[in-house]
Design a protein. Structure first.
Length: 110
């Protein structure tokens, strides 16, 4: 995911994720057609595949898959104060529902 070429939009959405089952909780900070920036206490190493579940307001939930592209872990004692535990996820073939949602955040680009 090339940060300079991806149009991102700040949007806070609950997202669940995990290895085989989306059991961990996080919240998006921003979204793009290619990926998500997630704030969470459950950080996974870069290059690991994750399954995600996202439920948008007034819509059905849907599943996503993606690779962790980077992660920043803060020691647990500091994470509560700094709130800097986060990771970037590059999506693999995002479903049309997700793409439609993201494109709707950018009316001038549709």
């Amino acid at each position: 995911m090339e940060k300079q070429k991806q149009v991102r939009r700040t949007k806070r959405i609950e997202v669940r994720f995990g290895v085989n089952h989306p059991s961990q909780l996080g919240f998006t900070i921003d979204v793009s057609e290619a990926g998500l920036f997630v704030k969470t206490t459950a950080i996974y190493p870069a290059k690991t595949l994750r399954v995600l579940e996202m439920r948008l307001p007034d819509r059905e939930g849907f599943s996503l898959r993606g690779y962790v592209t980077w992660a920043m872990r803060i020691p647990p004692a500091l994470a509560r104060h700094l709130r800097k535990a986060e990771m970037g996820i590059e999506l693999i073939n995002p479903p049309q529902e997700y793409l439609t949602f993201v494109r709707g955040l950018f009316p001038a680009l549709v």
